[in-house]
Ligand binder design. Sequence first.
Ligand SMILES: C[S@@+](CC[C@H](N)C(=O)[O-])C[C@H]1O[C@@H](n2cnc3c(N)ncnc32)[C@H](O)[C@@H]1O
Length: 196
Amino acid sequence: MASAASWSGRTVLDLGCGSGFHLPRFAATAGRVYGVEPHPALLRLAARRTRSLTNVSLLAGTAQAVPLPDASVDVVHARWAYFFGPGCEPGLAELDRVVRRGGAAFVVDNDPERSTFGGWFRRGFPDVDPVAVERFWSLHGWSRERLEIAWTFDSRADFEAVVRIELPTDVAEEVLVEHPDATGVDYAVNLWWRRF
Ligand SMILES: C[S@@+](CC[C@H](N)C(=O)[O-])C[C@H]1O[C@@H](n2cnc3c(N)ncnc32)[C@H](O)[C@@H]1O
């Protein structure tokens, strides 16, 4: 992301920031960081995480109704939050409104067509159509970076807990039986991004 559009000294919006995990990293070099999150309990966690960071502001809101003025943000980051392809057009209209000309937006999501985790995801969520998702983003002028990441855990118990969070129960149990010694997995990600 930084090689495509630096946020150093600039204004970053983390849309659907959840518990704010990524906010301190942006805040380390950004001028100002906004975290927008609809879920009150997660917003409170994000506020607690960033309470010592004077350049971070947290706002209740959604991708469809971003609580920021027009042309007020340089870089938007939405990671596994709302922007999952067809259906997210209201959020894209909000990006057009809040991102300054010359700014950029990044969306991080699963790539079900690659990696061991991608195969588990396809089994768990067969209704997700990767071809339709790719067509959606390219029709809207977004580019894709194919990334390979990995889950690594210190213990089998942690790995099992996260598999059970991420996948429907039946698929999670199948996966755990099929990979009895795993404490991590290779994981393919699509980074969708565009300039404004
Ligand atoms: C899987 S979590 C990811 C959280 C965070 N981006 C991260 O990477 O740690 C999905 C987040 O999207 C938020 N969310 C759900 N609907 C949303 C919407 N319409 N607009 C913005 N965020 C939304 C959820 O409340 C949740 O915090």
